[in-house]
Ligand binder design. Structure first.
Ligand code: UDP
Ligand code: MG
Length: 329
């Protein structure tokens, strides 16, 4: 019914008054949240306390990475109480890398800090990071001096992964963390990279810029639990290695070349013994060769298949994340 007053009073999205857009702040702090209801408010308060010390204008870009607990509701309440807190909610759990990318896209500051929202990246370090930025550095890395309460498996895997990645990127990843301050120029450079499978730590190293380090000690988790199982960590490491380096492919090529050399030598030797009339008897050599060659071939195909999978993912060109509704103000 066109004349129905009840109907006419229903607000339509088009009638919504435009939200006031605050001017861009000096600093943005990107915080990815996934099921952090025990810590969310505490983290926001601690980060604000430290940012106030810097005297800079700031915004907190909170990305809810599809939390299944009360995290999003808490963030939204905090945002209503303080206009500097902006919330971006993703439609599901896309993973920390995607959540950080969403935060970088939403951040408007002239410098952007990315940090964990579970207080393992101590907010007390923020003034030091900002200090280095003001001194002219474009990327300030917070580097782990101690690794908090990580398990032995985690440490071993991290050490192996950092070693491998360091080898391919020509940089050191030892102690590297996702706790970083990036100048606007570095943020824009990162956002322009076309790849979907992102390895934040690696890409930040890759883009270059004037860089410095600030040491910190990883705090133990105050509440909640780490979202990483050893299996998830392994898959994450593999994904990043594939996204970042062709080293495994070169390894296949190199082992192929060595196998060729070895088989050439063995072939000549076998022929020689055959002609001399004392050819090898028994199947041991044959079986061994079959196994070695079979193993090499299959693992070579496996490595190629992994890259094919990675290329397939990139080719689909799906967005790294989907925002449920932009809660940003
Ligand atoms: N996180 C996220 N999405 C995920 C997993 C984690 O946004 O799928 C966030 C999480 O809320 C925290 C940070 O990433 O702020 C680090 O996660 P976690 O503490 O589980 O990792 P750890 O410190 O054990 O490496
Ligand atoms: Mg943590």
């Amino acid at each position: 019914m066109p004349g129905d007053p009840a109907r006419a009073s229903v607000p339509s999205p088009i009638d919504d008054p435009p939200r006031s857009v605050a001017p861009a702040p000096e600093l943005s702090v990107v915080l990815p949240f996934y099921d952090e209801q025990e810590l969310a408010s505490q983290t926001l308060a601690a980060v604000k306390l430290e940012l106030d010390k810097t005297g800079a204008s700031y915004e907190l870009v909170c990305v809810d990475d599809g939390s299944s607990d009360e995290t999003l509701a808490q963030l939204q309440r905090a945002s209503l109480a303080d206009a500097r807190i902006r919330v971006t909610a993703l439609t599901r759990n896309f993973g920390k890398e995607a959540a950080m990318a969403a935060g970088l896209d939403a951040a408007r500051g002239r410098a952007v800090v990315v940090m964990d929202s579970d207080l393992q990246h101590p907010p007390e370090l923020l003034p030091a990071l900002v200090g280095q930025w003001r001194a002219g550095y474009e990327i300030v890395n917070a580097v782990k001096q101690s690794r908090g309460d990580e398990s032995i498996a985690y440490r071993l895997l991290a050490a192996l992964f950092n070693q491998l990645m360091g080898g391919v990127a020509g940089a050191t990843f030892r102690g590297a963390s996702d706790y970083k301050l990036l100048d606007r120029c570095a943020v824009d450079a990162l956002r322009q990279l076309p790849e979907r499978t992102r390895f934040f730590r690696g890409l930040v190293t890759w883009v270059g810029f004037r860089t410095t380090d600030v040491p910190f000690a990883v705090a133990p988790r105050a509440a909640g639990r780490s979202k990483w199982s050893t299996r998830a960590l392994f898959r994450y490491s593999l994904r990043n290695l594939l996204a970042f380096s062709a080293f495994p492919l070169r390894l296949v090529a190199t082992s192929g070349a060595f196998t060729l050399l070895f088989s050439g030598g063995l072939g000549v030797w076998t022929l020689y013994r055959y002609l001399r009339g004392d050819a090898l008897t028994g199947f041991t050599t044959v079986i061994l060769l079959q196994l070695i060659l079979g193993g090499l071939l299959l693992s070579g195909i496996g490595v190629i298949a992994l890259y094919l999978g990675a290329i397939y993912e990139e080719l689909k060109a799906r967005p790294a994340y989907i925002v449920r509704r932009d809660e940003s103000r």
